[in-house]
Write a protein that binds this ligand. Sequence first.
Ligand SMILES: Cc1ncc(COP(=O)(O)O)c(C=O)c1O
Length: 388
Amino acid sequence: MKDRMKVPLFDLTRQYENLKKDVLKKLDAVFTSGNVVMGSNVKSLEKEISNYLGSKYAISVANGSDALRLSVKALDIKNGDYVITTPYTFFATVSAIVLNDAKPIFVDIEEKYYNIDLDQVEDVLNNHPEKEKIKAIIPVHLFGKSVDLERLEKIKKKYNIKIIEDAAQSIGSVWHYSNGEKKLTGTVGNFGIYSFFPTKNLGGYGDGGMVVTNDEYLADRIRRLRVHGSSKKYFHEEVGYNSRLDEVQAAILRIKLKKLDEYIDKRIKKAKNYEELFQSHELDKHIDFPAYFNNRTHVYHQYVITLKDPKYRDKLKSYLNEYGIGTSIYYPLGLHLQKCFADLGYKEGDFPVTEKASKSSLALPMFPELTKKEQEYVVKVIKQFFKK
Ligand SMILES: Cc1ncc(COP(=O)(O)O)c(C=O)c1O
């Protein structure tokens, strides 16, 4: 191929070019005020996020991992309790359970969709030998794709079980109910959590996170836990953490929140474009692509394809790298097989869909500023790979 290009997996600098003036103005105001941690921008961001999501309370924290860890603690989940979750997720979903001395019960993901399989969740809730110890479920809206929220709400009610939605990757994605209602990921559980890590659809220039809830008691509890368990300075009702959001991140996130829907629309367009390009080059023989651009059930935090034959995955990754194209593997090893969780007693073969996904999936470049030309190049190089 003659004209080689460089196409990154993700590029924050292009977005900055468009936001620079606003960002620098806001930052100057923060630095001039001298109020740099949990000030007026943090308060406003919390209000704006709760309005955007339609959730009563939004409490900012230092990152998405803390949002999870504090949520588990706020539900009084502790040693001897079990929490159901997926082994095909970012590590923090599961470490939040273990760091609270509780035990994860893994359930496999759905073929193709890669979200937790709710049939299997119900099976565990009905048939696990110690089912009375199961206190919560942490479903993950993986890669930006909503879990069936209507079903999740039914499970929550039927089994009287707590739910923490890990919406770290999926802010703004929507589930459509059979009665025509729409709800956003993160808003139907007892808690919903979000990450503002820079690569996220709503990302800062450092770490940041948010917990949302409709429950006043739980909101107060998170507010307390993020400042060493104290509601009144230097008086501590419980032992908490230091998990505060700073003004720099909040000021930047407020600018970007106004553009979030526009960014999501752009991602959806890129996803559609990838799909059309794959089809026109007959690459659907070799790869499955995520087909969820309808009605915003997928906001494409990551654009993850699946190689029909897993033996090509690593070879394709290296080939794309040779041609200047950034890719990533989310995730190369299921969490049930991680060394640090060996004492949970899981083994290879326990979760076949997760294990297959970790061997056959590949994330391609995806961000709102990605150009058509770049996408055409990515698809051309993939086509060339399969022609070899
Ligand atoms: C599914 C999921 N949960 C939790 C987190 C943790 O968020 P953070 O990186 O902000 O701690 C992430 C971040 O990558 C994530 O993808």
